[in-house]
Design a protein around this ligand. Structure first.
Ligand code: FAD
Ligand code: DLZ
Ligand code: SF4
Length: 511
């Protein structure tokens, strides 16, 4: 009576519900490197290498803890290349009597899991993924009947439920949110603490060779590779962040600087999303640092809000919105994604810096994703499906449950306002305030029209004008529309002609 326990690539937690409930002596853990998952979208080389290295180390740790693990390598000649094929093969090989798995973070994979019972003729149990701090039912009940889903409201509920940063019934410091003290412009001549680097061991080196051989034509740089890929290294990365970067996290959360890929960010999202770290332990570590007097409250609260608030909120949106969410297109956007999202070959310095960081690291921080890469795609009207696929491919932390609410919702407003109450649209002034990019750019960030004008400026106003029928009644945009209405008709015409010329040139690169 062997129980088959399939563990997916983003389920690398020893406390996973299926493992917690199982008897190691009567179970086989199945882990699968499969071609279908590497290539249904052609993931960044570093993302594949990170996940495979983390999977192989996790399998070794499970074995050391007494589990029997059937680990299917990508280059195993018997590998069928798909989850379904490997489940069917393992069920036969191990004469399994039933299957117990944890629900996947992607609707596409959940649909496969739902077919495993019929595929193998075995009773199959799909357990809820209880590594999150909120429960699916809890989120749906909270959302039910609300006119608008506001992250801040949900976050307060989560603070109360978990007791994080609470003094009895009240928030520590007397306020729920200390953002007013955060989000300073980037400091000049500042020495940021270098993030920890993790040299590849023999297991990781073997994965790097495999990825180089099999995925040479996938996007992105494979080397240097210095990610944490074990639970111990993930904990070291967490400790390092808490000790050296958390204190200034809030201050420079929205800052962008050329050549500085990390600043005071944690870079913990790939570790959280594949399961090497758990959200509660990360929040608890930040809270403990504040209670010990090592970091200020605005930093601890700002950081905890990202995980307890935003991360859990987008998880809930994933459940609420359902599998058709990526097809939403509230603003009827149809343009193609410009080629420079892959190459970085553009004169717009902010986009070049953000794309090249992405290509190097399979990572970029929030404001690069939201206010540069996402903002620009929305302003020029890129089809949401195209920008969604790009984000899913290029980032090491991208799985559909977290990527789609951030891209389709927060950054493209393609869901019509489920995640954000207004589009995150901005002209060059915002980027100039929060970065040093404009100083190194051939465009003039102050100009709206003319050959040297920053494209973000005309595109921003043109975006508002183009979508006035859909966005004009949004209260949070009234001030922006007032700004547009204050331009005289000639200036409005010049701005729109400039933007249309720019969009036309982008769509017809050879013309
Ligand atoms: P930090 O700045 O150190 O933040 C701490 C943690 O908070 C992160 O590790 C992350 O777990 C969490 N967090 C912060 N913001 C969010 C958010 N909006 N949604 C979910 N978690 C959040 N995050 C992903 O994990 N996967 C994605 O595929 C992803 N795609 C994004 C696409 C767009 C267009 C945008 C605007 C944001 C996206 N994010 C995504 C959210 C955020 O940008 C990343 O979580 C963050 O940049 C990761 O870097 P970090 O770990 O250094 O984050
Ligand atoms: C992203 C990814 C990749 C590249 N490869 C694998 C793999 O070979 N095996 C695996 O178990 N998971 C992989 N993943 C993650 C899945 O595509 C998918 O995101 C998760 O199963 C969702 O829960
Ligand atoms: Fe980007 Fe415009 Fe600044 Fe250039 S001037 S970096 S295009 S915002």
């Amino acid at each position: 009576m062997t129980v088959l326990l399939p563990v997916l690539g983003d389920q690398l937690s020893a406390s996973l519900a299926s493992l917690r409930a199982a008897d190691p002596a009567a179970s086989i853990v199945l882990m699968m490197e499969v071609a279908d998952e590497t290539s249904y979208v052609r993931h960044h080389k570093k993302k594949i290498a990170f996940l495979f290295a983390a999977m192989r180390h996790f399998a070794a740790e499970l074995r050391a803890a007494g589990w029997r693990v059937d680990y299917v390598r990508l280059d195993d000649p018997a590998n069928s290349g798909s989850f379904d094929g490997e489940i069917a093969r393992a069920a036969r090989t191990h004469t399994a009597s039933r299957i117990v798995t944890v629900e996947a973070g992607e609707w596409r994979v959940i649909a496969m899991q739902q077919g495993w019972g019929e595929l193998t003729n075995l009773p199959t149990q799909i357990l809820a993924d209880d590594r999150f701090l909120s429960r699916r039912d809890g989120f749906l009940a909270w959302a039910d009947g609300r006119k608008r889903l506001v992250m801040e409201d949900f976050y307060r509920l989560m603070r109360r439920q978990t007791g994080l940063l609470m003094a009895g019934k009240d928030p520590e410091g007397g306020r729920w949110n200390f953002d007013a003290e955060n989000r300073k412009p980037p400091p000049k001549g500042h020495a940021f603490p270098p993030p920890p680097r993790f040299a590849p061991d023999a297991i990781t080196a073997e994965v790097l060779a495999l990825v180089q051989a099999r995925f040479a034509d996938h996007y992105g740089d494979l080397e240097p590779f210095d990610y944490p890929v074990t639970r111990a290294d993930a904990l070291r990365a967490l400790d390092d962040f808490i000790a050296r970067r958390l204190a200034s996290f809030g201050d420079y959360q929205d800052a962008m600087l050329s050549g500085e890929d990390v600043l005071y960010h944690s870079q913990l999202s790939p570790l959280l999303n594949c399961g090497l770290l758990l959200p509660l332990e990360v929040c608890t570590a930040a809270e403990a640092a504040w209670r010990a007097g090592a970091v200020p409250l605005n930093a601890a609260e700002g950081f905890i809000r990202q995980i307890l608030g935003w991360r859990e909120f987008v998880r809930g949106i994933h459940w609420l919105a359902g599998p058709d969410y990526p097809a939403r297109n509230h603003l009827a956007a149809t343009a193609d994604l410009p080629d420079f999202y892959w190459t970085g070959d553009t004169d717009m310095n902010c986009l070049r810096q953000s794309v090249l960081a992405t290509k190097r690291n399979a990572h970029a921080h929030h404001i690069q994703r939201l206010m540069v890469l996402g903002n620009f795609a929305m302003l020029i009207g890129v089809a949401p499906t195209q920008i969604h696929e790009w984000f899913l491919i290029v980032y090491d932390d991208a799985y559909e449950w977290v990527e789609t609410p951030n891209v389709i919702g927060m950054s493209q407003f393609a869901d019509g306002g489920m995640v954000g109450t207004k589009p995150y649209a901005a002209g060059g002034a915002y980027i100039n305030r929060m970065s040093d990019y404009c100083r190194g750019c051939r465009y003039d960030v102050k100009a709206r029209t003319g050959a040297d004008a920053c494209p973000f400026n005309s595109l921003y106003w043109d975006f508002l004008a183009r979508h006035r029928d859909v966005l004009g009644r949004n209260h949070r945009l009234l001030r922006m529309y007032d700004g547009w209405d204050r331009f005289d008709t000639d200036e409005q015409q010049r701005i729109r002609t400039q933007a249309e010329g720019f969009r036309h040139a982008l769509a017809n690169p050879a013309a």
